[in-house]
Design a protein around this ligand. Structure first.
Ligand SMILES: [Zn+2]
Ligand SMILES: [Zn+2]
Length: 225
């Protein structure tokens, strides 16, 4: 799997680092992971749509910092590029929630497709939505990607530090994109709880403060950007 390209690595209120959002471009396929408020603008600036025929969107959970730009992304794909994006989902409830969210924000259902995670295959890259602990009132997922070289985990927003530590010891997992914050606040992974893990394997993201961002860089971790 190619490296995910981040267009923002900030937590919900870290305006400086931008909404946590990334993409993967492979041939004429574009996979967008989460849609922060200005996702479309940033994807355009990065030329991410160039030569693209298929757009897939995977949303970790429906907190505003991860879905605020979803409608614009769908409209832009349809009206500017004549591409109907495909949104990947896991459970029936999650699919209904995404459809409801798009309906009440005026996005016509004819402008997007929905497929189950098990039906997604982007030139050999697959995705499995894994339920994770974050906001109890929402369905929240991490993504386990697989290809012929191994597995790659994207935590989404999560406080499941135990699972991250477990994956770090699993040789089949090549990269872990891991969210971090200064404290858990009951919903996030505290940086201090994972800072002893492999700097080769972890790519950190969703950083809530600039002080933490600077500390992470100083300690030698890669941050999405
Ligand atoms: Zn978030
Ligand atoms: Zn969240």
């Amino acid at each position: 799997m190619k490296k995910l390209k981040f267009i923002g690595v900030g937590g919900a209120m870290n305006l400086e680092l931008g909404g946590n959002c990334c993409y993967l471009k492979d041939g004429d396929n574009l996979l967008v992971i989460d849609a922060c408020e200005d996702a479309t603008k940033k994807l355009v600036e990065e030329d991410a749509f160039k030569g693209v025929k298929n757009i897939y969107i995977a949303i970790t959970h429906t907190h505003y910092d991860h879905v605020a730009g979803l409608g614009i992304l769908i409209w832009y794909a349809n009206f500017v590029y004549k591409i109907k994006p495909t949104i990947i989902y896991k459970t029936f409830r999650y699919k209904c929630n995404l459809k409801k969210l798009l309906k009440i924000t005026g996005v016509n259902k004819k402008h997007f497709n929905l497929i189950k995670d098990s039906d997604f295959n982007m030139d050999g890259l697959t995705i499995e939505f894994k339920k994770t602990m974050h906001a109890p009132e929402l369905q929240c997922f991490g993504f386990m990607f697989s290809d012929n070289k191994g597995k790659y985990y994207y935590t989404g927003d999560s406080n499941d530090v135990k699972y991250v530590r477990e994956l770090c010891n699993d040789d089949s997992v090549k990269t872990i994109y891991c969210e971090v914050a200064t404290e858990t606040f009951d919903v996030h992974i505290k940086y201090d709880d994972i800072k002893d893990l492999s700097k080769d394997k972890l790519v950190l993201m969703h950083v809530n403060t600039m002080d933490l961002y600077n500390q992470i860089k100083k300690d030698g971790f890669s941050v999405g950007l």
